[in-house]
Design a binder for this molecule. Structure first.
Ligand code: FAD
Length: 405
């Protein structure tokens, strides 16, 4: 079980010994346990067989699945920087698994801050005690996907929840692309509860269970990336939710969504970075071994330059991620633009690094099961879209800039 890390209130330019040891501990597990298992499961014909449930149990035993909960709640009390380190290193082994765990951490951070009374009890009882219980968060709908990131004045979720005279809520709608969507034990669902007001004042968040009548996984998306978790399309047809499934106050669900966007954009960057670092390390080893033109590839000037650029991009992305993750927790003047900027830069830098790595592998990169590089490219591509399309983060930053005086 990983102990909660000591909070260092000084400006953050490096890792504490505790964080360094977490980093190497997770790296070792990711390389020894996760990477080979992910390669074995990736192309199983049935999506249900692609999730490494045995490793989910191991991650639970390590305390990673519940990492963001307080110790009293059964977690490790990890802060955003510690979470970013964990997720980067898991993604070094397999991005699909890193996302599976990260979704759990995202949702538990929302629920820990907004679930009260019976909702909190339900969540903690189901989630903490069951080592295979994973969580999912549901924003994306066909008609409004990027809107929740861009957040213009006309945006309302199309999924709706109406409160009935007996206090229950009737939930109707459709969400898609939801990570862990096919396998979750508990869903956090955002719905419009007052469309006469902007989303910030008319959105509520609810806990939905897979056993709730009217809930259905209508599709498991077949993906090129992150095949170690399953994305689902979910239908909610007259799902009747008891009053205590509401998270926080009615119409105030946006607070949870903004909290998670602020932190999850940073972790999204860390997820992309972990896989890009893996691609770089594979490429570096390959260029030391493969001989062409009479010398190892790494002796050629163009290869040296390419590796130097990859190294620089990885270091720049990591610096942004660590600083943003530290600041989001400790800096009262935290600049919200940093969250989107971190995701924006890290996702694109990671894609460039993965493509460069593939270039250094030559034709081997195309033979998809003969090296791990092809998987790194496919996985990195997902973060140009996952956690918000790149341009929607650009628009978000630009809008904040335009509003600054
Ligand atoms: C692997 C993966 C996992 C995901 N997991 C989850 C999850 O767990 N939960 C969840 O809720 N969602 C999830 N998503 C959804 C993800 O957050 C959305 O895909 C993302 O927000 C983009 O939406 P879209 O794909 O519909 O693109 P679109 O909204 O169709 O965007 C397409 C392009 O148009 C641009 N665009 C869109 N709207 C505007 C606008 N108003 N102005 C200018 N440009 C615009 C975008 O920037 C983008 O370049 C996941 C997606 C992926 C790929």
């Amino acid at each position: 079980m990983v102990e909660a890390r000591e909070v260092n209130h000084l400006p953050m330019f490096g890792l504490t010994p505790d964080l360094e040891s977490l980093r190497s501990e997770v790296r070792e597990w990711a390389v020894q346990r996760l990477r080979p298992r992910a390669a074995e499961l990736e192309w199983k014909p049935d999506p249900a067989d692609r999730v490494a449930w045995d490793l989910v149990e191991e991650a639970s035993a390590q305390g990673w699945r519940t990492f963001g909960l307080s110790r009293e709640e059964g977690g490790s009390g990890a802060d955003p920087l510690t979470i970013a380190i964990l997720i980067e290193e898991l993604s070094y082994g397999d991005m699909g698994f890193a996302v599976l765990i990260d979704q759990c951490i995202k949702v538990q951070r929302i629920l820990a801050s907004s679930a009260h009374g019976a909702a909190r009890k339900l969540f903690l009882e189901r989630f903490v005690s069951d080592p295979r219980c994973i969580l999912a968060i549901c924003f994306t709908e066909p008609e409004t996907s990027s809107d929740y990131i861009i957040d213009g004045p006309a945006f309302r979720f199309r999924t709706k929840a109406e409160q009935q005279s007996d206090g229950t809520w009737l939930l109707n709608g459709y969400k898609r692309y939801i990570s862990n969507g096919a396998d979750a034990g508990l869903y956090c669902v955002f719905a419009c509860t007052d469309d006469s007001r902007p989303a910030a004042q008319g959105t509520s968040a609810f806990i939905v269970l897979p056993s709730d009548p009217g809930f259905e996984v209508v599709q498991v998306h077949e993906k090129m990336s992150q095949r170690g978790n399953n994305n689902g399309a979910l239908a909610f047809n007259d799902v009747r939710l008891p009053a205590d499934r509401l998270l926080g106050e009615a119409h105030a669900g946006y607070a949870g969504s903004r909290l998670i966007l602020k932190e999850s954009a940073i972790t999204a960057g860390a997820t992309a970075l972990g896989t890009a670092q893996a691609a770089y390390d594979l490429a570096l080893a390959h260029t030391r071994e493969r001989v062409q033109g009479g010398v190892p590839l790494i002796q050629h000037a163009n290869v040296k330059c390419r590796l130097a650029e990859m190294f620089s991009e990885l270091e720049a992305a990591r610096s942004m991620i660590w600083r943003a993750a530290w600041s989001v927790e400790h800096d009262p003047q935290y600049d919200y633009k940093m969250s989107s900027a971190t995701k924006l830069f890290a996702a694109e830098a990671s894609m460039r690094v993965a493509l460069s790595a593939a270039e250094l592998f030559g034709g081997l990169a195309i033979m998809y099961q003969d090296s791990g590089i092809n998987k790194c490219v496919r996985d990195c591509m997902s973060f140009l879209h996952s956690d918000g399309a790149q341009d929607s983060h650009r628009i978000r930053i630009g809008t904040m800039l335009a509003e600054e005086v």
